[in-house]
Design a protein around this ligand. Structure first.
Ligand code: ADP
Ligand code: MG
Length: 423
């Protein structure tokens, strides 16, 4: 599915394109159409699945259709970091529509308090706020919420865990009583206290729940930190060690797949490649021979990672970190099918570290980094947060004066694929 299939206003749609989002994530696919109809909803999906855009885009769409300088939207989130992240994403999406948001979060800095006060009084379209701090501003009397039409509770489970329920209810008591309001609740988990909150807050909500995708239990996952120049040596080392059964080596690009299979063949490893340059009949032949154990090593692009069922693959090697975190789950899922055990090893170069950290976030597990064998030598240190490795959107200019913050590279790199397929 494409973002163009939603009925988004031109300003919002353009900003989605500018952000480099190509396809909606599953939660976006389900939430956006319902949210665009101004219906209440509750959505449960794990971290990194793109929940922010799922509510921001419809919200901004509504706001763009009915422009006003009153505060019409309120997004509540538990922590300062989240508030800033959401506000940042709002600004990214607001580039073409000119909509504005103000971030309200706690802290001891009186200059920030003053900035927040001034920004609220100057007026804005949306407040992105942590409950405690917003309530403190509300209590001083200058927050006008009388036109509020859209309320979003993000990370609702966390807000309840942090004891914000009274603050939230208090804030809601300041919202207009006789005005229709759309309320949306987002959460990574669905404990019963979320249901209670949802019952009191939402009117006939649609419930959306996205299945957790995680590799099967039996997969032993680990990773090596390598420079690109070390990868081929490490592959040879790993393959030479093993009694070769069935091994799949994944790489993101067909160029790499072709190079690697050539090297392996030169080193006398029985390997073949499968990628999109082969015609269907050739692919089928390679797959058939691999399945029938005529050769043990298959080098493949992601065309193979989804769905194809090959029994008893003992080892999956990710020659690079997949572009798309769910692809990791698919690749690794090739091993340990039907309750057998398997091993999945991923090579992480410096540039892939941030992406790998996103995968760890998606599967909610930290993957063990195996020290390189002595003959390969040390690889780069693991520091996925290092600024040079972060990929963030470059915005031109900063329309928010003092409200400057860095975008955090988040986990769902989902469909931010290269424009032309190189698989
Ligand atoms: P969640 O709130 O579910 O934890 P976020 O909304 O923070 O997830 O999204 C995680 C990351 O994925 C962010 O960096 C966001 O920019 C990115 N992202 C979200 N939706 C898409 C998409 N459709 N295509 C590409 N990247 C996306
Ligand atoms: Mg979120």
């Amino acid at each position: 599915m494409k973002f163009s299939e939603f009925k988004l206003s031109p300003g919002v749609f353009e900003s989605v394109e500018a952000m480099g989002f190509e396809e909606p994530s599953p939660v976006q696919e389900q939430v956006i159409p319902i949210a665009l109809e101004k219906k209440d909803l509750i959505a449960c999906a794990q971290t990194g699945t793109g929940k922010t855009a799922a509510y921001l885009l419809p919200l901004m769409n509504h706001l763009e259709e009915n422009k006003s300088d009153k505060i019409k939207g309120l997004i509540l989130a538990p922590t300062r970091e989240l508030v800033l992240q959401i506000d940042q994403q709002f600004q990214g999406f607001a580039y073409f529509s000119g909509l504005e948001s103000v971030a309200i979060y706690g802290g001891n800095d009186s200059a920030i308090w003053e900035q927040q006060r001034v920004a609220i009084e100057r007026g804005t379209n949306v407040l992105v706020a942590s409950p405690g701090r917003l309530l403190a501003h509300i209590n001083l009397g200058y927050v006008d919420l009388s036109d509020l039409e859209y309320l979003i509770l993000d990370e609702a489970d966390k807000m309840l865990d942090m004891g914000f329920v009274d603050d939230i209810n208090k804030i809601i008591s300041f919202l207009p009583k006789n005005k229709p309001r759309q309320t949306m609740l987002f959460s990574a988990t669905m404990p019963s206290k979320i249901r209670v909150l949802s019952n009191t807050l939402l009117k006939n909500p649609t419930e959306i729940s996205i299945e957790v995708s995680k590799p099967a239990e039996g997969v032993l996952q680990a990773a090596y930190l390598t420079y690109d120049g070390q990868k081929n040596k490490l592959i040879s080392h790993l393959l030479a060690e093993k009694e070769l059964d069935s091994v799949i080596i994944f790489s993101s690009t067909k160029i790499k797949v072709k190079e690697l299979v050539k090297e392996l063949q030169q080193a006398k490893f029985p390997a073949k490649a499968i990628h999109s340059d082969l015609v269907q009949a050739e692919r089928e032949e390679v797959m058939r021979d691999f399945r029938n154990k005529k050769f043990p090593i298959l080098v493949a692009t992601d065309i193979l990672s989804r769905g194809i069922d090959v029994d008893n693959i003992g080892l999956v090697i990710n020659y690079d970190v997949p572009q798309d975190p769910p692809d990791y789950v698919h690749r690794v899922g090739r091993t340990a099918r039907a309750k057998t055990t398997g091993v999945a090893l991923t090579f992480i170069n410096e540039a892939d570290q941030a992406r790998f950290a996103n995968i760890e976030k998606l599967i909610e597990a930290e993957i063990f980094k195996i020290p390189n064998p002595a003959e390969i030598g040390d690889g780069p240190a693991y520091d996925p947060q290092a600024p040079s490795k972060k990929r963030h959107f470059k915005k031109q200019g900063n329309r928010k004066g003092n409200f400057q913050h860095k975008k955090k590279a988040g986990p769902y790199k989902g469909n931010r694929k290269p424009r032309t397929s190189n698989k």
